[in-house]
Design a protein around this ligand. Structure first.
Ligand code: BES
Ligand code: ZN
Ligand code: ZN
Length: 472
């Protein structure tokens, strides 16, 4: 379903377009479309400041009828400004068959495309037709840049689709099947672990054992053309909890009703993997998705059970709602033992505490390696998926010591303080000596409303950051 809008590139402005978007800003001398009054007069009439997100509709003569021009602000033409501008014009064109866009003379036009396409995203189950603009024609723009924006937007929309799919459809088996489809469509190698194959993955098995939909572990592999021995290898691991009831440490309804989102990290990994070839990413990338449903039943794990993570470490599970770290620890320990990566990055809707700390505009970033942290933070600024560095504070490590096992899965004092830091410290136990970063997207994985490039529900936050990091 995702983005039904088609994107067309034309070297000139189509004549007699019914709806044309024209940028206005300090450097706009004259509009390429004839207007009833000079632009400057229109701008002062509308008290327009030229900020991104401003759009003014002006009627123009079209043959015997009336056409419309959308004057749109572009601010400083930075990528965030153009993303916002693109989203605003696409929203204004809702329900129309076609929108022609004159691109600004400055700035990276791929951001304008991302904004326009992502704001046109819809997710519906049923007969209702989408109201997004059917076609957007970009004229006078650099085609490769437009297509880059399109690939990034469609990958983000894929992640949104996976996350927006209800959990009654989205079982771990279904998610693994989607990974197989992505692999077939984009030339990736794929392997899926099920049932007896999951023997060593004690965290994934324990979390999944309460559900009638059994868990899966998925590996997708991308190898660039001309890869050699010196080609770096990055592992991406995503939390794929298809629904998080909390298990026997049950969540209240208010906190549970959005928990189909709890595989957003896994969805980001799948979406990134789908776009690597199109971006000609020069590094080897392995995507791991740890899929399970954290359900409640007679076979669910109990608070106080002791499980064995991949690699042999034992864990006293004191809270079954801290399940994401259990499935991710298996994925990270497996990657460290078997895949010999140069960098490991995990991404997860891991803790409510990360959302409390940073809200919905920023993801939390933890890293053991300064250069990985810096690269991810700057990829975040460029792409618009922004992250904030958080501390791996040693003071709290002892809170994960258990009386009966190697570790507990939550702060033994159960104070609830620094929940996001403690979850990160837990994961760090499983990464060996590898440079590692952890991305907690519990806040920004969902949007409460249509807002700029975001549409209500899943956001696909993290896809464009990781693509920009890997393509750099
Ligand atoms: N999936 C949740 C985290 C979450 C909460 C994501 C809200 C998005 C919005 C995770 O599995 C969880 O429940 N974590 C617990 C950990 C606690 C028991 C230590 C939490 O954050 O409360
Ligand atoms: Zn949970
Ligand atoms: Zn969870």
């Amino acid at each position: 379903m995702p983005i039904e809008t088609t994107l067309t590139v034309s070297d000139r402005l189509p004549e007699n377009a019914e709806l044309t978007a024209v940028p206005f800003g300090p450097d706009l001398a004259a509009s390429p479309v004839e207007l009833p009054v000079p632009v400057s007069a229109l701008l002062s009439h509308y008290e327009a400041k030229g900020e991104p997100g401003e759009v003014f509709e002006v009627p123009v003569v079209r043959g015997d009828g009336v056409g419309r021009v959308l004057l749109y602000g572009t601010g400083d033409c930075s990528a965030p400004a153009l993303r916002k501008a693109g989203a605003a014009i696409a929203r204004k064109a809702k329900g129309r068959p076609s929108l022609s866009v004159v691109v600004p003379a400055h700035g990276d036009v791929s951001a304008l495309v991302e904004g326009a396409l992502l704001a046109s995203y819809t997710f519906r189950i049923g007969q209702t037709r989408t109201s997004a603009v059917e076609e957007i024609v970009f004229s006078g723009a650099d085609e490769p840049a437009l297509r880059r924006g399109e690939v990034a937007a469609r990958a983000t929309a894929l992640a949104r689709d996976l996350v927006n799919t209800p959990a009654d459809v989205k079982t771990p088996e279904w998610l693994a099947e989607q990974a197989r489809i992505i692999a077939a469509d984009h030339g990736l190698a794929v392997r899926v672990w099920a049932d007896g194959d999951l023997g060593e993955f004690g965290g994934i098995r324990a979390v999944g054992q309460g559900s009638i939909h059994p868990p899966r572990f998925v590996q997708l592999q991308y190898t660039p053309e001309n890869a050699g021995d010196g080609t770096p290898h990055v592992v991406l691991a995503g939390k794929g909890i298809t629904f998080d009831t909390g298990g026997l440490s049950l969540k209240p309804n208010e906190g549970m009703k959005t928990m189909k989102t709890d595989m957003a990290g896994g969805a980001v990994v799948m979406a990134v993997m789908s776009a690597l070839a199109a971006f000609e990413v020069p590094v080897r990338v392995t995507g791991l998705i740890a899929c399970a449903e954290n359900a409640i039943s007679g076979s669910a794990q109990r608070p106080s059970d002791v499980i064995t993570q991949y690699g042999g470490r034992t864990v006293e599970v004191l809270n079954t709602d801290a399940e994401g770290r259990l499935v991710l620890a298996d994925a990270l320990a497996y990657a460290d033992a078997e895949l010999d990566p140069d960098v490991m990055i995990d991404i997860a809707t891991l803790t409510g505490a990360a959302k409390v700390a940073l809200g919905v505009s920023l993801g939390a970033l933890y890293a053991t390696d300064e250069s990985v942290a810096d690269s991810l933070l700057s990829a975040g600024e460029i792409s618009g998926d922004r992250f904030w560095r958080m501390p791996l504070l040693e003071d709290y490590r002892a809170d994960l010591d258990s009386d009966v096992a190697d570790l507990t899965n939550v702060d033994r004092k159960m104070s609830g303080a620094a929940g996001s830091v403690i979850a990160a410290l837990y994961l760090r136990e499983f990464v060996g000596e590898r440079p590692w970063a952890h991305l907690d997207i519990a806040g920004p994985a969902r949007s409460a409303a249509d807002d700029g490039q975001f549409t209500k529900g899943a956001t696909g936050f993290g896809v464009r950051m990781l693509l920009s990091y890997l393509a750099a």
